[in-house]
Write a new protein. Structure first.
Lengths: 277, 271
């Protein structure tokens, strides 16, 4: 029998109690093991509801969810073992007096041997760039630092599948780069579903799911999405500033990744280039 | 109102081995009709600083001045009405059965008459574009809607200074644009606005002055153009692009906002 898909949803629907409109309706897609898939769309589009259905925090109204072949509602243990979820607001997740205890919290619950636990905690703290913070108290950390502690706690559990709900929303540019680099390092090794409002974080993703009004409205490659102004506009998506500048100058086909890329392209195209040294 | 912070110091867990000096003598001010943008890396002290603006945190040293009056001499309730603070993820504090009741909570505590409370709630909800949500449960709203309702709750107090700590974090691009528009509207009606964000592209579009915090100190403060061109590590994409061109010998000036940058660059392409 071939390996089941890492994540699979079929005709998935859900309505919150007391709400007439469904939060999710008829959503179907598959994510293979090792894929890096982005999820974008407006607030209220169904992104967070989808994640909660995938890890069994919510039970599907109709349709099916399978995580490595398991149903999150009837086989929660199988699913929780494989899935690590990081929420938007790191404040909600931090529980222990010191950073290292917080990162170790999940491992203690699983009964991991002491020596192995230490090594995993150390590795995870280093991975998020917080070496030296082991004995800091979480309440003295900034929002961005707390988010990195939460991510470290997740990585220490070594899940196969990472569900990330805007993991960089509280990070500054440097912290964001650090976390995104780390996520890039986990590619192929983990299956990653990454919800974000920042398209620039998904330019290297394998695919991007666009959710709006509770429906999956597109399942596309990043390059397709950023070069489709109608698809972007219909889903209230805005290109990152650099791509918007490029597009305003008629250079969108060049897809600059850095300001330097764009500057070079402008120089190249400008009739004034002979004046420059 | 003019809000001024002078030499503010703050220490977490003083006298313990875990002592952290979060603010080391920060001075800045914001005046009526001005948007002061505060940026800085994680751990630079931004959130600690804003909690001093209405003395939610007491400084270990330094003074907070409200129109030149020492804030410690004002009643706390008076100070917190005049300096409205919107925390990170303010929607976590929503609690009432309906949006209307939630926004009415604070003005009711001020002891206002029902008619006045009604006016304030209506105005605040209209300002954030949430009038149509007034009868809904705040818990059934989307993240962006909840954020706007939470901000309306602070606006209903009628603050003279509005302090927003990472107000767009977690919002979709369209909701972000709405929030920036709201900030401009408030500024234009004479409210002083302090906007804390780690998103320099966004802050560049709306701030009149910029302050960079670093390790609890002010690294730079001034006009967006001065600050961003002198501190490339915090520059928005617009400034970085122009700076890269200026470095090759072209002189395009120092635009910051998207539109003026696009205009300057388009001029180059036309020759």
């Amino acid at each position: 029998m071939p390996d089941p898909a890492s994540i699979s949803c079929e005709d998935l629907s859900y309505a919150y109690p007391g709400e007439a409109e469904p939060a999710l309706s008829g959503v179907g897609f598959e994510v293979r093991a090792g894929e890096y898939v982005g999820v974008v769309g407006p607030n209220g589009g169904g992104k967070s509801t989808l994640l909660r259905l995938l890890n069994g925090l919510l039970a599907a109204g109709s349709g099916t969810v399978r995580i490595a072949g398991h149903d999150p509602t009837t086989e929660p243990f199988e699913v929780r073992q494989r899935v690590g979820m990081l929420f938007q607001n790191p404040e909600n997740g931090l529980v222990a007096p010191f950073v290292e205890d917080d990162v170790a919290f999940g491992l203690e619950n699983l009964g991991v041997p002491r020596g192995e636990m230490r090594a995993r905690v150390r590795g995870a703290i280093e991975a998020v760039g917080l070496a030296g913070y082991e004995r800091r108290e979480p309440h003295t950390l900034s929002g961005g630092e707390k988010q990195r502690v939460a991510l470290a706690g997740l990585l220490a559990l070594e899940p196969e599948i990472l569900l990330l709900d805007e993991p960089t929303s509280m990070l500054d540019a440097a912290g964001r780069r650090e976390v995104l680099d780390r996520l890039r390092g986990l590619r192929r090794e983990k299956t990653i579903l990454h919800v974000t409002h920042h398209l620039e974080e998904l330019l290297d993703a394998d695919r991007i799911l666009v959710m709006n009004g509770g429906e999956l409205v597109a399942d596309v490659y990043p390059a397709q999405l950023i070069s489709d102004p109608d698809l972007l506009a219909r889903n209230y998506l805005v290109l990152p500033p650099l791509l918007r500048l490029a597009s305003g100058l008629g250079l969108e086909a060049k897809k600059p990744r850095t300001p330097e890329d764009l500057a070079r392209e402008i120089q190249h195209r400008s009739p004034r280039r002979t004046e420059a040294r | 109102m003019r809000l001024e912070l002078r030499h503010i110091r703050h220490v977490y867990s003083p006298g313990t081995p875990f002592q952290v000096e979060a603010l080391r003598g920060v001075s800045l001010s914001v005046g009526p009709g001005e948007v002061l943008g505060i940026i800085g890396g994680t751990g630079s002290g931004k959130s600690t600083l804003v909690q001093h603006m209405n003395l939610l945190l007491e400084p270990a040293g330094g003074k907070v001045l409200v129109d030149a009056v020492d804030a410690t001499t004002l009643k706390k309730s008076e100070l917190r009405r005049r300096v409205g603070l919107v925390f990170q993820f303010p929607e976590a504090a929503l609690f009432a059965p309906t949006v209307w009741e939630d926004v009415a909570f604070a003005p009711r505590r001020l002891g206002l008459e029902e008619a006045e409370i009604g006016d304030r709630v209506r105005e605040s909800l209209a300002l954030v574009g949430a009038d149509h949500l007034k009868d809904r449960s705040p818990f059934a709203l989307s993240g962006g809607e909840q954020r706007r309702v939470a901000i309306a709750g602070v606006l209903a107090m009628g603050p003279e200074v509005l302090v927003l700590d990472e107000p767009t974090s977690g919002l979709d691009p369209a909701s972000r644009q709405d929030l920036l528009r709201l900030i401009r509207t408030l500024r234009d009606t004479g409210t002083s606005v302090v906007l804390v964000s780690h998103d320099t592209d966004e802050i560049a579009e709306v701030a009149d002055r910029i302050c960079i915090l670093e390790k609890g100190e002010v690294r730079a403060i001034g006009s967006p153009s001065e600050v961003f061109y002198a501190n490339p590590d915090f520059a928005p994409a617009t400034v970085s692009t122009v700076a890269a061109l200026n470095e090759t010998g072209w002189d395009i000036g120092h635009p910051v906002r998207f539109r003026e940058t696009l205009r300057a660059l388009a001029g180059l392409m036309e020759g």
